[in-house]
Design a protein around this ligand. Structure first.
Ligand code: NA7
Length: 539
């Protein structure tokens, strides 16, 4: 790819996943000189990095694709209702190729700092090789789960076998075949990994701290005929996503658990359990997310399913969460996860009963046992949401460090920008609507692109949130969070990661209100000519 040598850009984008690629496409449509910088050797973001066996969508493939261009919808075919990582990465590559994005994408480059320069009203961006770039606008498109965290267990670097985080899976696919494998973690990633690698490992030992409520994914193939039906349904699919609370295709149920008889309730739950995808979570009685008693009833229903599927009752009990209810953490979807524990070569270690003391050269020593492994897999999650902003040294007006600004609580304006950090826009930043992420990305990029077009057209040199705007938005985000059971539980969604300093207690890291409401607020700001922001015109 031919790149301009001056390194002076209208727009600089950090990150080459969905957010970054669509941002680049929109900036180029505006005729702006844009550079996208990506740490990986290729595009795809989440789907570039997360290559662990079993990695796949939990939301329907056809709710993932961008909706802005009919020809994209006409040309791209999905082969599974819940596409695997390889297919999704191919989609990302297809997208980059179709819109000729490589011309302005720079791979194998990690941004280390970004500093606002008041004198020139521009951002000075530095990469890990010390090269500097200048840009009028900065778009962060770094993803919400891109900083893997290893467990804070003594000796984590001492293991002499193959030890790796799930998002850094080795290219050699035979790495685990026939091997003695230990895996730490039982989140969404671990569950996808375990149910896949159970087929090829020699033995598998799962170290579980907190079991999660999961439900069947029920993935199936999409035939070419199905794909034609899906293509015809795209307008309805996207409309359903737009109308829903968190951008998924599943329709919400406005009934209370307690408004129907026990018999009717069970029937409804059996039906949901037999359906594919997140319907058990998102099409359930509304109050399972807000009312403890309602939630307990559904949790009991799922516990019964777990007991039916796991042969050893003692293991089944260990796999049933005791301290949080169904759907109060991100619900992993599975296909054969519980059955893994019926295999003689799979062992579950409850590390609350039998804590890990240390990792050593040969494996893992717990209080009661010493395990030897060839491979240790860390499915231990990420420094989510704010981690991306910790990894890059963002400095705003007066050299203020962004991550420090958030030390006592995240504050943003619309989840899209922060005062004191002019001309910087965050795609999937904290306080933004996440839900079915691609749908949220498409909206956020659209809003930012419309703003940048407005700024360029109206000779606006500096644009930033106001202090009042930031405070009002942050207050609103906190108000939306009240009453949701999910906010009373530790998880990456509530900003907790026990392996990261400063993330020991809960925070409000995401927008918890309905997506249509989120978009309405952002649309209103645009309709008012962005007068809620501080805009400085050039001379
Ligand atoms: P998660 O959901 O954050 O899960 C991480 C798992 O690792 C979870 O079970 C943790 O237990 C466990 N963990 C983390 N640190 C430790 C230590 N020190 N000791 C033992 N166990 C530990 O990450 P995922 O990658 O599974 O999923 C992230 C998102 O990616 C997911 O929601 C999807 O949207 C895609 P804990 O629960 O903290 O007790």
């Amino acid at each position: 790819a031919k790149l301009d040598s001056s390194l002076d850009f209208d727009v600089l984008i950090i990150g080459g996943g969905q957010s970054g690629m669509y941002s680049l496409h929109r900036m180029r449509q505006l005729g702006l000189k844009t550079r996208l910088i990506e740490a990986g050797s290729g595009e795809g973001g989440t789907w570039f990095w997360n290559r662990y066996p079993g990695a796949r969508f939990d939301s329907e493939s056809y709710s993932y694709i961008f909706s802005f261009d009919q020809s994209l919808l006409d040309e791209w075919n999905w082969t599974e209702h819940f596409a695997g990582q390889a297919e999704t990465l191919s989609y990302c590559q297809f997208f980059a190729k179709k819109y000729k994005l490589h011309e302005d994408m720079q791979f194998n480059t990690r941004v280390s700092s970004a500093q606002w320069r008041e004198d020139s009203h521009s951002w000075l961006v530095t990469d890990d090789a010390g090269k500097t770039y200048s840009a009028r606008f900065l778009i962060t498109a770094m993803g919400i789960l891109n900083q893997p965290t290893l467990p804070n267990i003594p000796g984590v670097n001492d293991f002499k076998g193959a030890g790796f985080h799930t998002s850094r899976w080795p290219a050699d696919a035979s790495a685990i075949t026939g091997k003695r494998v230990g895996i730490i973690g039982t989140g969404a990633t671990a569950i996808q990994t375990i149910q896949e690698i159970k087929k090829t490992v020699g033995s598998l030992t799962v170290f579980q701290r907190t079991p999660n409520w999961t439900a069947p994914l029920r993935n199936t193939k999409i035939t070419p005929e199905d794909m034609e039906d899906i293509r015809r349904s795209y307008p309805t699919i996207f409309q359903n996503c737009l109308d829903s609370y968190s951008c998924f295709i599943h329709r919400a149920d406005s009934r209370s658990v307690f408004s129907v008889s026990e018999e009717e309730r069970e029937k409804h739950w059996e039906q949901l359990y037999s359906q594919a995808g997140f319907s058990k979570w998102l099409s359930n009685f509304y109050d399972i997310n807000t009312d403890k008693a309602a939630n307990e009833l559904f949790s009991k229903f799922i516990a019964k399913k777990i007991r039916e599927r796991v042969d050893d009752p003692a293991i089944a009990e260990k796999l049933i969460p005791k301290n949080h209810g169904f759907g109060t953490r991100r619900v992993p979807l599975e296909g054969g996860y519980y059955e893994a524990y019926n295999q003689p070569n799979v062992t579950l270690v409850d590390i609350n009963e039998n804590p890990i003391e240390r990792i050593h050269e040969k494996g893992i020593k717990t209080k009661d046992q010493d395990f030897e492994f060839d491979v240790i897999i860390y499915a231990t999650g990420f420094d989510a949401i704010t981690g991306s902003f910790r990894a890059v040294d963002f400095r705003g007006v007066g050299g203020k460090k962004l991550i420090d600004e958030w030390a006592d609580g995240i504050q943003t304006y619309l989840g899209l920008t922060v005062n004191g950090f002019p001309n910087m826009f965050m795609i999937m930043g904290p306080h933004q609507m996440f839900g079915n992420i691609p749908r949220s990305i498409e909206y956020a990029v659209g809003w930012v692109a419309d703003f940048i077009e407005y700024a360029v057209t109206n000779n606006i040199e500096v644009a930033e949130a106001t202090e009042e705007g930031k405070q009002a938005w942050t207050k609103h985000v906190h108000e939306c969070a009240v009453g949701l059971l999910a906010n009373e539980v530790d998880s990456w969604m509530t900003g907790v990661n026990k392996n990261v300093a400063g993330k020991q207690t809960r925070s409000i890291a995401r927008y918890n209100g309905p997506a249509p409401g989120y978009r309405k607020r952002c649309d209103d700001v645009k309709a008012r000519g962005y007068e809620d922001m501080r805009l400085v015109r050039g001379s």
